[in-house]
Structures are given as structure tokens and as C-alpha cells.
Design a protein around this ligand. Structure first.
Ligand code: FES
Length: 218
């Protein structure tokens, strides 16, 4: 178990998902706002503790700053980690029977998450989703479209993640739709709560020895 954790926060504003705005906060300081920033450079700009990140150590995130409907992107082991503060509407949608019928693995039976996230919301607390933001098809970074929309990014969108590379769709819990190129749900990294408002990405909750290397596909 790692003994230290770095702290990093980047807030993604969902109001205009086609305009990739990100606000970065590192250790409580607003670092940068990139109106046209793509996700990869945004994530690479966050460098709260280079030695900790290089060692693959855990990253602490203060989730009290994330408004409902917003997403934060954190870098862990050189991967983007999406932390989404889900709204009550989003949580309701995750249990929608029509949605569930369109998902490839609605009950998270494939090992793409620890047992403590193998539930309908694929997380420890329903209101906070934590996902590895790498498409399980060929590794692109899915885009965040949290709001339902009749036409964007595709017709009858219910909210979630859309991979523009080959059109894979995931719901707001990272569950992949049937009939798209991606074969598996987005992975959930090991994480735990350190107090009520801080999560530690990269470390299981006390009592869990789950190995992230056991997932089916990254
Ligand atoms: S890499 Fe995401 S759909 Fe191909």
C-alpha cells in the first residue's frame, strides 16, 4: 500500500460539451483554463506531484469542489480518470429499463471493476462515478456528454460518454452499449474514500485486496 498521495483536480464544465472547457485546480489553486483544450493535453498539464505520479502512487481528490453535473479529470498512472458528480436525474437514468436493455453488460459481470464497484452505479457512492477514461476498443479518450440530447452526439442520447474515434457509446456509469466497437465497460480504478469529501484514486478501501491488473481490458 502506498504511503503518500498527491492531490489534483480538473473540473470539466458540462454545459457546452462540444466546447471542451476545463478548469484545473491543483492543491487548491486554479492553474489554467483552456477554452479549446483537448482532453489529453489538459490531463498532461496536471502535475501535482511528479514523483508520486511517476511512481504510480495514489492521487487524492477533493470532491467537495465538484458541482452536480460536473466532471473532474485526474491523471493516475498516466491515464485519465473521470470523476463525475452525478445528478439525481442521471442516477435515475442509470436504472432506466430501456437503457439497461441497450447495454452489453448492464450488471457489470465482466471484471472491469472491483467487487465494491460491481453494482448498478459502478462506484462506491452512487453520486460519484470514477472511471478510467480510455475506450475499451482501441484506446481513445471518450468525450463527456452528461446531458440527454435528441441529436448530439447521436440521436436519442441519454447522457454519458461518446468515443468519437469509432462511435462507441457508454452510459454515465461507463457501461458500454451493445452493437458498438468497444467490447467492455470502461474500467473502474481502485479507489477509496479518505473522509467524506476526499477520494484516493489508486488505493482500495480497507479490507479489499483487489488487483487492478485483473480487469479484462483497459
Ligand atoms: S477507440 Fe473508441 S470506438 Fe474505437
Amino acid at each position: 500500500m502506498a504511503s503518500s498521495a498527491s492531490t489534483a483536480t480538473g473540473v470539466e464544465h458540462p454545459e457546452q460539451p462540444s466546447r471542451r472547457d476545463f478548469l484545473y485546480i491543483a492543491t487548491g489553486t486554479v492553474a489554467a483554463v483552456g477554452a479549446a483544450a483537448a482532453l489529453v493535453p489538459v490531463v498532461s498539464q496536471m502535475n501535482p506531484d511528479a514523483s508520486t505520479l511517476a511512481a504510480g502512487g495514489p492521487v487524492d481528490l477533493d470532491i467537495s469542489k465538484i458541482e452536480p453535473g460536473q466532471q473532474v479529470v485526474v491523471r493516475w498512472r498516466e491515464r485519465p480518470i473521470f470523476v463525475f458528480h452525478r445528478t439525481p436525474e442521471t442516477l435515475k437514468t442509470l436504472q432506466d429499463k430501456q437503457l439497461l436493455s441497450e447495454l452489453a453488460d448492464p450488471n457489470s459481470q465482466q471484471v472491469q471493476q472491483a467487487p465494491y464497484a460491481a453494482n448498478w452505479h459502478r462506484s462506491i457512492k452512487p453520486e460519484f462515478g470514477v472511471l478510467v477514461g480510455i475506450c475499451t476498443h482501441l484506446g481513445c479518450i471518450p468525450l463527456f456528454y452528461p446531458q440527454p440530447n435528441a441529436t448530439t452526439p447521436v440521436a436519442d442520447w441519454l447522457g454519458g460518454y461518446f468515443c468519437p474515434c469509432h462511435g462507441s457509446k457508454y452510459d454515465a456509469a461507463g457501461r458500454v452499449f451493445s452493437g458498438v466497437p468497444a467490447p467492455y465497460n470502461l474500467p473502474v480504478p481502485p479507489y477509496s474514500f479518505v473522509g467524506n469529501t476526499t477520494i484516493r484514486i489508486g488505493e482500495n478501501p480497507s479490507g479489499s485486496t483487489w488487483d487492478f491488473g485483473s480487469i479484462r481490458q483497459l
